[in-house]
Design a protein around this ligand. Structure first.
Ligand code: TYD
Length: 207
């Protein structure tokens, strides 16, 4: 079972993934947590180029290609092998991030970004995607306090607004994507995520 988490900056994905992992382990599921970009040897190098080196002037198309390259490696080296072992994989960001950030945030050609982001999954789509929805104001106020902000965190209010709208559009078009209000207190958000999973998937009925 492959679950992805999406949302704008500061939406609480990584916190919710950790809490969900504990909840799933309590009912004896074997869970692997991962995130994009940056898994594995290739992913670590790619993450550095995209997010960490401050004065690299990266073209938007190069950025798109690097996120896609990171994903293909991630699927091949980690996600597929873990799923083949019967694990539940919880992934912080996946192909919807590319469509939202590079397609709508960077305003690249949407059809091209769709094709490239789908191709980068090597045919592996998530069973379910949790979209944690928060306002752009909440996002920006949460990331101000964040240590180690990256280049994309520092994009404009308009950029983050385009990304948020894109996510809501993706959710509308895709029944796999479930919107959860991420503004609420973290325990309540967790309850909503559990409710959503147990309602939609019989294997999660024990949650
Ligand atoms: P990261 O520091 O991993 O944190 P978070 O996911 O909590 O925001 O930042 C990853 C950044 O990369 C984030 O700003 C979103 C961006 N991103 C894209 O622009 N496109 C992508 O395809 C992916 C996976 C991430």
């Amino acid at each position: 079972m492959f679950l992805t988490f999406e949302g704008i900056e500061g939406s609480g994905k990584s916190t919710q993934i950790k809490i969900l992992k504990s909840a799933l382990e309590k009912v004896h599921f074997d869970v692997e947590i991962t995130r994009e970009p940056g898994w594995g040897a290739v992913g670590k190098l790619i993450r550095k180029i995209i997010l960490d080196v401050p004065d690299l002037d990266l073209d938007s198309f190069s950025e798109l290609s690097l996120f896609c390259a990171d994903r293909a490696q991630h699927v091949r080296e980690l996600i597929r092998p873990m799923l083949n072992k019967g694990k539940i994989v919880l992934c912080d960001r996946y192909c919807d991030s590319t469509l939202a950030y590079q397609g709508h945030g960077r305003k690249l050609d949407i059809d091209l970004v769709k094709k490239m982001s789908i191709a980068s999954t090597l045919g592996l789509m998530p069973n379910v995607t949790i979209l944690l929805d928060i306002s752009v104001n909440t996002a920006l106020s949460r990331i101000v306090e964040r240590p180690g902000r990256n280049k994309i965190d520092d994009e404009s209010f308009d950029f983050h607004t385009r990304v948020k709208k894109a996510y809501l559009g993706i959710a509308k078009d895709s029944p796999r994507v479930h919107i959860i209000n991420g503004e609420d207190e973290e325990g309540n958000v967790h309850q909503e995520i559990k409710k959503c999973l147990s309602k939609n998937f019989s294997i999660f009925s024990r949650l």
